[in-house]
Design a protein around this ligand. Structure first.
Ligand code: DAH
Length: 385
């Protein structure tokens, strides 16, 4: 029993009426007096049945006695009736007192069973999802370099998502097999062709350049959609962060310096980085950037398929066709862009083997990524949206 428990006794003291009630002088009424005296010892069940036996509206002994008053000899009626009523009041009081005493006993038993020394249950404290934190960290790094955040719609036009980004007509990405089209007529006055769920965040490059002339430095976080299976390495809905820098005199050196700085901030200051030539319709030249595998540090493991490298983003110099579609003078301005996938980067950083774990909402998995108090990586949840 804990130090605060009050012990088994009620702290109110009930003075049971113990003195002998006066006899009534009527034998059948006086026969009830021992039962009156027995009330303080009755159990809850016995009390309930005794109340019915004595005061019950149909056959209670005192009820019947009261009902019999008119049948008694006239000279007795008054004193007999008074005796019945006096006894009735005494029974009522005794029953009420016993009821209260039983209640108090029950309460004190419950209190004694309450162990106040028992440890309390741990409170559940919510935390940012690991992907949300990774997005916030990436955005913070670019914010520190003077980039601002832009966003665009997830239901996008074919023009913004493909045509203005220099995808040739009939590019396989535009096929229904890869892209989820929306079964709705194009918006009134919109020359953008069919509506679709954007397959990347790159159309927000187009929207940004149409809205604000250079210089432009933006990062664009958002969800994208593809007609892909949900398997260990694919999800039909996932995140991307796009980057775009357009100004006079921007060169591939700016691209490399910025992205290497990003990798050193996000991973470690000594993480090795390499660029490989690649192709995207909206950049020329194009490259893919790899960082040294974060799990094996370059020696080769299953996560990096033995190569020692992990591909983290696509990038390149903005193609002049993109400038032409957005009214930016390609003789005056140049720019660079990148696109990366925070879901993928989260998997690479922590060695998560199956992307579906990032969608399940299973606390046993997610709890492993909650930073210790005071070590919150981003502290920027929600600010980037
Ligand atoms: N949009 C590309 C994709 O989803 C990624 C990408 C590559 C974006 C190169 C860029 C870039 O801005 O320059 O695969």
């Amino acid at each position: 029993m804990g130090p605060f428990a009050l012990g088994g006794r009620p702290h109110r003291v009930y003075h049971e009426k113990s003195c002998m009630p006066d006899p009534t002088g009527y034998a059948e009424l006086d026969a009830l007096i021992p039962r009156l005296q027995a009330i303080p010892g009755l159990s809850p069940d016995a009390l309930a049945s005794e109340i019915v036996a004595v005061l019950g509206r149909k056959n209670g002994e005192l009820t019947l006695a009261l009902r019999s008053v008119p049948t008694r000899p006239p000279e007795e009626r008054k004193s007999y009736g008074a005796a019945v009523n006096r006894l009735k009041v005494e029974f009522e009081q005794a029953f009420a007192r016993r009821g209260e005493a039983l209640d108090a006993e029950r309460r004190s038993r419950e209190q004694a069973a309450l162990d106040l020394t028992m440890p309390s249950r741990r409170r559940w404290i919510g935390a940012e999802h690991p992907v949300t934190r990774v997005i916030a960290e990436i955005v913070e790094i670019f914010r520190g370099l003077g980039f601002t955040v832009a966003v665009g719609p997830e239901v996008e036009s074919e023009w913004h998502n493909f045509i203005a980004l220099n995808f040739p007509p009939n590019h396989p990405a535009m096929d229904m097999h890869d892209t989820l089209y929306v079964d709705a007529p194009p918006l009134a006055g919109d020359q953008g062709g069919r509506l679709l769920l954007r397959t990347h965040t790159s159309p927000v490059q187009i929207r940004t350049l149409l809205e604000s002339p250079p210089p432009v430095r933006v990062v664009i976080p958002g969800m994208v959609y593809r007609n892909d299976p949900f398997d260990p390495s694919h999800a039909p809905v996932f995140s991307q962060i796009e980057g775009l820098a357009v100004d006079e005199g921007i060169s591939f050196v700016d691209l490399k310096a910025t992205l290497v700085h990003f990798a050193h901030q996000f991973f470690t200051p000594t993480t090795k980085v390499r660029f490989r030539p690649s192709f995207f319709p909206f950049t020329e030249p194009s490259a893919e950037m790899d960082v040294e595998c974060q799990l094996c540090h370059g020696s080769g493991c299953p996560a990096c398929k033995g190569t020692g490298w992990m591909e983290i983003l696509g990038c390149g110099m903005v193609h002049p066709a993109v400038f032409e579609h957005t009214g930016v003078d390609p003789e005056r301005y140049t720019g660079w862009a990148f696109g990366m996938g925070p879901h993928r980067i989260t998997m690479l950083r922590y060695g998560i083997p199956d992307i579906r774990l990032l969608y399940d909402g299973d606390m046993r998995f997610l709890e492993q990524f909650v930073p210790a108090a005071g070590q919150r990586a981003s502290g920027a949840a929600g600010r980037h949206a």
